[in-house]
Design a protein around this ligand. Structure first.
Ligand code: NAP
Length: 509
């Protein structure tokens, strides 16, 4: 497979970099960026991918029952529609296949360096380039790029529980995003730590086959019914024949989801009405009063991500399943010990403990002006301008950066919006003679002040712990508003928002 067009190697100041753009990741974000660069006639880019196929989070999260909580017709690229989605909520295999097909159809594979892990990215102020290091099959390599697009994903780095003794466990153990399909769970004593969006999908899948299952729940989540169903062949045929109908259906889903913003951001009181649906769900599915008390949250619905499931409550009601709400005191080589002193022996430990949604480890290896890392720039919580540009990090573009997360609708809408902005800014850079572009510090600061004010009045600030928050308490994961407003604001980005630095003259030896 041929490599993308490059120039030979890094040279003196002012010479062309190895690539115009380096993209990290081949999930929805990285693929969309590459497709749009090609549409603009740009070929001098490379995509770094640590895995061996495309798909990002939808490649990695292959645990039993993995599926998306947003309907397939909306959770897909607007420019790559699919008429034959099998069901309302797409499963992981179907989403992974979709992304592989999109990459194939857009001839992206030749730009991707698989099994290549980013180990460092440093902005070289003298040469106005990003110096990028990767490790591939045990060997390190470095190259330069004028622009760096981080599409590494907001939920990509697995987080293990900070429980004493976790490293002493001798049985089988794995994180939900690194599921060991070679391990036979049937007949085993299994412990699951966590009861978030991932656990509520895989617990019902494994509950019937294991001998015993202890599910350690630290905080209960509000759960509403999952209105899933397969699409009939007739409807798939209609979507294929009538693209307008398919588009109208997508719009309908978009607006129905967008309406939730009224309760989440504009007036949390609306959420009390929504909570009734979740309360009724518990009433219908949980009969045991002790279990009912355990699964009923004590915070307003929406403060943490609302989960959707029809089979979680039946699963934790099974006689071979114990929903343990006592805090975990320690983990021993063959057991989990809770604060009340109870020791539960297990053969296998599954961590459904989520991801580094804030403080993503990549922040430690990306350095901007003055050699300052993103992690230290963000020591009080991540900040960017429209989740895309970061002051003092010239020509760095983030996809799914700080405060771009949405719990109420499709992240793909946000991703496409960011890609459109980055594409426009890269074109602006080329037009300006390959200068550097950097968001103005005052623009980023005032944007974040307003953003945090708005978040302060949202349901996410009504009193709960959640992965939406940095450890300082600041909400750094979510966009507080309508996604069309995010799009409107990105479209308004102009010369008033950033500084352009002209290309420095070529240094002659
Ligand atoms: P998560 O929502 O962050 O859940 C992690 C779980 O682990 C929580 O229950 C957490 O408890 C628990 N936990 C963490 N450390 C613990 C400890 N030391 N002791 C006990 N419990 C501990 O992670 P996730 O379930 O992987 O989901 C992450 C996000 O990915 C979701 O919110 C969603 O955005 C996305 N996702 C989406 C889908 C979908 O679309 N269907 C599916 C999976 C994931 P606390 O709640 O008390 O912190």
């Amino acid at each position: 497979m041929g490599m993308p067009e490059t120039l030979s190697s890094s040279g003196p100041a002012g010479l062309a970099p190895d690539y115009e753009t380096a993209i990290v990741g081949t999930g929805f974000g990285g693929l969309a960026m590459a497709i749009k660069l090609r549409e603009d006639g740009q070929n001098r880019f490379v995509i770094i991918e640590r895995g061996s196929s495309v798909g990002g989070t939808w490649r990695d999260n292959r645990y039993p029952g993995a599926a998306c909580d947003v309907p397939s017709h909306l959770y897909s690229f607007s420019f790559a529609p699919k008429s034959d989605w099998s069901r309302v909520y797409p499963t992981q295999p179907e989403l992974h296949a979709y992304l592989r097909q999109v990459a194939d159809e857009h001839d992206l594979l030749r730009y991707i360096q698989f099994n290549s892990t980013l180990t460092g990215a440093r902005y070289d102020e003298a040469r106005q380039l990003w110096q990028i290091s990767v490790i591939e099959a045990g060997s390190s390599r470095s190259f330069t790029a004028r622009a760096l697009v981080l599409a590494n994903g907001g939920l990509a780095e697995p987080k293990l529980p900070d429980v004493p003794g976790v490293e002493n466990f001798r049985g089988m153990h794995f994180h939900s995003s690194q599921w060991n399909h070679g391990y036979e769970l049937a007949g085993k004593r299994v412990a699951v730590i966590g009861s978030g969006a991932s656990a509520i999908q895989f617990v019902p899948e494994i509950a019937a086959k294991v001998a015993r299952l202890d599910v350690y729940q630290r905080t209960p989540n509000w759960i509403i019914p999952r209105p899933d169903r397969p699409y009939s062949e007739r409807l798939k045929g209609l979507f294929a024949k009538l693209p307008l109908l398919r588009r109208a259906y997508r719009s309908f889903i978009y607006w129905a989801h967008e309406a939730r913003v009224f309760g989440l951001v504009l007036n949390p009181w609306f959420m009390t009405l929504f909570q009734k649906i979740a309360e009724r769900h518990i009433e219908r599915q949980v009969k045991d009063p002790a279990l009912k008390a355990k699964v009923t949250p004590d915070y307003l619905i929406g403060c943490r991500r609302i989960l959707i499931s029809n089979d979680w409550y039946p699963a934790v009601s099974r006689p071979n399943v114990d929903l343990v709400t006592q805090p975990i005191r320690e983990i021993r080589e063959n057991a989990v010990v809770t604060a009340d002193g109870q020791v539960r022996e297990v053969d296998c430990l599954i961590f459904g403990t989520g991801f580094y949604a804030t403080e993503n480890p990549i922040g430690h290896i990306v350095h901007g002006r003055g050699g300052v890392s993103l992690a230290s720039e963000w020591s009080h919580g991540e900040e960017a301008y429209l989740g895309t540009l970061v002051k003092r990090f010239p020509n760095l573009f983030l996809i799914v950066g700080p405060n771009t997360g949405v719990g109420h609708t499709s992240m793909v809408f946000i991703i496409e919006t960011q890609v459109a902005l980055i594409r426009r800014l890269l074109a602006r850079l080329r037009a300006a003679g390959n200068a550097t572009l950097e968001v103005r510090a005052d623009v980023q600061d005032s944007f974040n002040r307003k953003l945090q004010q708005r978040l302060g009045a949202s349901v996410w600030s009504t009193g709960c712990n959640s992965w939406y928050k940095h450890r300082s308490g600041k909400i750094t994961a979510l966009w507080p508003g309508f996604t069309f407003d995010f799009r409107r604001q990105t479209r308004a980005v102009g010369e008033q928002d950033y500084l352009l630095e002209k290309a420095k003259p070529v240094a002659v030896a």
